[in-house]
Ligand binder design. Structure first.
Ligand code: NAD
Ligand code: MG
Length: 385
């Protein structure tokens, strides 16, 4: 029998992290969770540790961790505090695979550490690729780390790409649900409330990505993510609205064949695909029910009402520092919307204005990227968290 693959889940208490634990529990002979991290929901992190008895638990928010009683952690589990501990575990010889499920730029350093350690890196946390795509992929090339997409669209493309050679790909088409405001007029978009924006029609996700889906900034970030992950020019990346969220993306080859990957909207499938890769095993994700009638719809996206898509293409084309600035501006704008200080329809124009004003560099170092991430945050004024 094979020894189980050892897995570190960074961001275990979030939506992806919780799904990943379900997958790992259902396939415990193939995967052993050896590390879990959480930032704020320490009650949940403790319960997860009691269930899985990992070798390490990492509480990244120092202030909260110091005030929390971890005395009921399993005796075999070592408690580590602070974000720095992620870097140590990301490179530990006893870890085979790191699932990056932290939200936003907070996951950048630990993603880079896992790649530096030559690990299998299952990437749910798309923002590091948006911020520093060429640095991330070049590091993986140098260290031999395997990058496996967990974002459902990118997992679909990764799978569909296996139908032909990379040089034979004409384009990729990312599907988008269109979010809760797919049919809203521009006037209605100016009145969107926080509750309405958090109510996604097909996916249950963390709050940041749910707002990104509603503005369609999520698709913009995914266009940039695909640009770097698959090393495709922006011109070969398109998006189509598919409200059912069952077809997760398409790859079109030169001969006109279009290959898709389908499954009900459930992140457990792309997580399991990455955990078991290159094998495919019986899994816990929902399956398509072929005994009932169903149909699929597709609509071209409307970039007049949802300008984020145009922005995503522009940033994917520009490269350099544009991704980091767009990402930082968006993270702050979303926080401000969620705290009630920015209107929904101002999120994307605000990002665009910051992007236009920034001192663009074509081949930035990681230091420059981090500096411009901070600059963009300051441009948006005092932060709420
Ligand atoms: P979430 O908000 O539900 O969970 C985020 C996790 O990150 C939590 O465990 C939290 O404790 C941790 N975290 C937050 N701030 C942190 C910090 N400063 N330092 C360390 N850890 C921190 O988010 P989610 O929906 O699970 O999304 C996670 C990532 O996966 C995002 O990048 C998102 O874009 C991507 N993703 C999510 C989905 C989904 O269905 N939820 C799908 C595709 C991609
Ligand atoms: Mg996605």
């Amino acid at each position: 029998m094979q020894t189980p693959r050892t897995i570190a889940i960074f961001g275990a208490t979030g939506s992806i992290g919780r799904s990943a634990i379900e997958v790992a529990v259902a396939s415990e002979k193939r995967q052993k969770v050896v590390a879990l991290s959480g930032h704020s929901h320490l009650e949940l992190l403790l319960r997860q540790a009691q269930l899985l008895k990992p070798r390490w638990v990492i509480a990244t928010n120092l202030q909260k961790a110091k005030a929390f009683d971890f005395s009921t952690l399993p005796p075999e589990t070592e408690l580590l505090l602070g974000e720095e501990s992620l870097n140590k575990i990301a490179q530990h010889p006893e870890v085979d695979l790191v699932l990056t499920a932290i939200v936003g730029s907070a996951g950048l350093q630990s993603t880079l550490s896992a790649i530096e350690g030559g690990k299998i890196v299952a990437i749910a946390n798309k923002e590091p690729l948006v911020m520093a795509g060429p640095i991330v992929t070049e590091k993986a090339r140098r260290t031999g780390a395997t990058l496996l997409p967990v974002d459902s669209e990118h997992s679909a493309i990764f799978q569909a790409m296996k139908s032909g050679r990379k040089e034979e790909v004409a384009k990729i088409i990312l599907t988008a649900s269109g979010g809760p405001f797919r049919n809203c007029s521009k006037k209605d978009l100016s009145k969107v409330t926080i509750e309405e924006a958090l109510d996604h029609p097909t996916w249950k996700m963390g709050s940041k990505i749910t707002i990104d889906s509603a503005t369609m900034m999520n698709k913009a970030l995914e266009i940039i993510e695909a640009r770097w992950l698959f090393n495709l020019p922006a011109e070969k990346i398109e998006a189509v609205i598919h409200p059912q969220s069952v077809i997760h993306s398409f790859v079109e080859f030169f001969d006109g064949s279009v290959i898709a990957q389908l499954s009900p909207p459930d992140m457990k499938l792309p997580i399991q695909y990455a955990f078991d890769y290159p094998d495919r095993k019986e899994g816990v994700a929902k399956k398509v029910d072929w005994s009932t009638a169903f149909s699929f719809d597709f609509f071209p996206p409307d970039s007049d009402r949802f300008p984020a898509l145009r922005l995503g293409h522009e940033v994917a084309k520009a490269g350099g520092t544009a991704g980091a600035v767009l990402n930082a501006a968006n993270e702050v704008a979303v926080e401000q919307f969620l705290s009630g200080s920015m209107a929904f329809d101002q999120i994307v124009p605000t990002c665009e204005a910051i992007l236009k004003n920034h001192p663009f560099e074509k081949n930035p170092s990681l230091d420059t990227i981090i500096k411009l991430d901070r600059w963009a945050r300051c441009e948006l004024g005092p932060q709420t968290t």
